[in-house]
Design a protein around this ligand. Sequence first.
Ligand SMILES: Cc1cc2nc3c(=O)[nH]c(=O)nc-3n(C[C@H](O)[C@H](O)[C@H](O)COP(=O)(O)OP(=O)(O)OC[C@H]3O[C@@H](n4cnc5c(N)ncnc54)[C@H](O)[C@@H]3O)c2cc1C
Ligand code: FES
Length: 502
Amino acid sequence: MAQAAGLSGPDFGGGVALASIPADGVLLGHVGDTPVLLALVDGQPHAVSASCTHYGGPLAEGLRMGDEIRCPWHHACFSLRSGKAVKAPAFAPLSCWNVEVREGRAYVTGEQAATATAVVADSGAQTQRRVLIVGGGAAGFACAQRLRERGFAGSITMLSADSAPPVDRPNLSKDYLAGSAPAEWMPLQPPAFYVEQAIDLHLGSEAVGLDIRARRVTTRNGDIHHYDALLLATGAEASRIPLPRFDLPNVFTLRTLADADALIRGVADAHAIAVIGSGFIGMEAASALRARGLAVHVVTPEALPLERILGTQLAQHLLDLHQRHDVQFHLQTQAEHFDGHDLRLANGDTLTVDALLVGIGVRPRIQLADDAGLRIQNGIVVDDRLRTAVAGVYAAGDVARYPHAGGMARVEHWVHAQRQGQCVADNLLGDDRAFTDPPFFWTHHYGNDLRYLGHGSGWNRLEVDGDPAANDCLARYYRDDVLVAAATLGRDRELLALQARL
Ligand SMILES: Cc1cc2nc3c(=O)[nH]c(=O)nc-3n(C[C@H](O)[C@H](O)[C@H](O)COP(=O)(O)OP(=O)(O)OC[C@H]3O[C@@H](n4cnc5c(N)ncnc54)[C@H](O)[C@@H]3O)c2cc1C
Ligand code: FES
């Protein structure tokens, strides 16, 4: 039978031999026009849809681990039994399909109706009925979503200093900035979600006071919120250049949807922009701004962009890639003076530009916690359960400094922050779960994705296998002969397979 375009494997409606389903993998096929995965779990066939509910990643190219499948693109994890999204960045479940076994063959007969969320006993939450989340970003959203998904029946209040509900922040420097992602893609959920889930979301509501004895948070506009459990998920803020005139209206940073919209408006009639800094956000923004047709200059003190993190070979590859797209680099120098039009560099060059984008890193937003007397050490210090030393107060995401690999780490990644938020929710429900996931992030440049797993700070040996220019490469980072991180171009499954080691 002819297959619809883009479909692979057998038509499961016509049945497949049970023996053809790999015991420790998945079989890709389809039912009608829908790609479906068949897997044997404890000897029984289960069928789930084959496209990741995050960004449609091809799950058949991911990695099966036990009764779960991990997406090759951003490592979301789904149950093969129930389709449930077990780990971020996906939140919606895969659809499940009925399977009948007759004479050694499995027939996928039809899609099951979505089941309502099961309300589970939330033992820990019986005494913690009011959860207050300060932060409307990755960690805060994931915590609230997981609490409701697991049937938490107490109140959830979320305070966000942002003017927009939680958004797909990584996209701000990618397709959204390039102009290829419409505004309706950006919210993690529509406004109705917060109403339906009884998540009391307060936007433009900056928490300015935390009284840990009275279990009370005060906002700048004078509201007072009492809590039984508190999650501090205040993230980080973009650093600025502490020089005069680097605060002119055509100098931008990029953290929030409002920042991205201001930048997009600000470059609408622009011809040239200088990106200050060659970190991930600066480099992604350079790629997106080239897609808008701007002449882009990157000014950086580094010899090669991201060399300290990625090593020379991958950093050189990124430089070449951007140069092939006509980005002009000003390496080993820095911005010294800006008059709104002319940008003078320390090496004596002057660039004439219409705008600046400052991407020189971020600082954790610790003020609230610091003023309240919580322990701060380049972030809010938490234990492996993401608890601060104060009972009932947790921290997660970019702001949290947590135990990792025998030391302490603070990680600034999307999936990591979401998973920490999920871990806090699980612990609020009494799971007593340590957070052990290795950090993961991805970065996107001109259609190429680089993925990175682990925490490579202080690496001192690097092995690169393959050719970055051919988008086929695995870099392994070692610290004193211990593998601490890996990065890949085009080798998604190999990176997933390294999770257990990292
Ligand atoms: C442009 C951009 C692109 C990125 N791309 C990637 C990527 O490709 N891959 C990747 O892994 N990571 C990426 N990141 C990083 C990732 O977005 C962050 O690591 C992640 O958002 C951190 O989540 P968080 O919940 O800790 O903080 P955030 O998502 O920043 O959320 C913090 C929230 O706290 C609120 N807040 C702060 N202080 C207060 C207060 N006092 N009162 C009330 N609310 C407060 C803020 O308004 C915000 O809502 C990117 C970041 C940016 C900015
Ligand atoms: S597309 Fe699957 S995790 Fe993003």
